[in-house]
Design a protein around this ligand. Structure first.
Ligand SMILES: [Fe+2]
Ligand SMILES: [Fe+2]
Length: 186
């Protein structure tokens, strides 16, 4: 799936357990937060510092990137703090045939969010950032560092696209399935 964009075995992935899918998603958030994002931060700083002379664009890129980075991290946090705990608890109630009243008392008003729009926003910003770096920067910036920075941005873009595809096309349908089962469940 990560190697071939056109390959997305939806049926197979829909058979995975919800707990498994959520575990995978949390682990990839950790990989982004602990490794990929700090690495991009580091390279961006090196890249901006490498500019020789007047580099008015640096501040613009810095601000754009900071906003983008905050948006990504806030997005992961909402999923981890609100969405995933709800999903795991819903899954537990269905799997163990537990009493649904206590679940409803806690989560009765919970509305499952559709994150597709957030995912598209993040993806668009990533694309804009790459384009600014590729097309609009004067050559006073170190090109080798720029290439390393871009490689990491491309890696993040690709990984995050697959990550979001799993959330939108595997996790969300599974949650809807579970919610239907909850309705039939005594
Ligand atoms: Fe996520
Ligand atoms: Fe997401």
């Amino acid at each position: 799936m990560f190697h071939y964009e056109a390959y997305f075995p939806e049926k197979k992935l829909l058979n995975l357990s919800v707990a498994h899918v959520v575990d995978y998603l949390i682990k990839t958030h950790q990989y982004y937060r602990q490794y990929l994002i700090p690495e991009i931060d580091r390279l961006l700083q090196l890249f901006l510092n490498s500019c020789d002379g007047k580099c008015a664009e640096s501040e613009l890129i810095r601000n754009f990137y900071d906003k983008f980075q905050h948006e990504c991290i806030a997005h992961f946090q909402i999923e981890e703090d609100e969405e995933f705990p709800f999903i795991l608890e819903l899954n537990r109630v269905i799997e163990t045939k537990a009493d649904k009243d206590s679940f409803l008392a806690k989560y009765g008003n919970f509305v499952v969010r559709d994150f597709e729009e957030d995912h598209v926003n993040i993806d668009d910003k990533m694309f804009d950032l790459e384009n600014i770096i590729i097309k609009y920067l004067p050559p006073q910036y170190d090109q080798n560092i720029g290439n390393s920075l871009l490689s990491n941005l491309f890696l993040f873009e690709k990984d995050l696209k697959n990550h979001s595809r799993i959330e939108d096309h595997i996790l969300l349908p599974k949650v809807n399935q579970l919610l239907k089962s909850l309705d039939d469940h005594e």
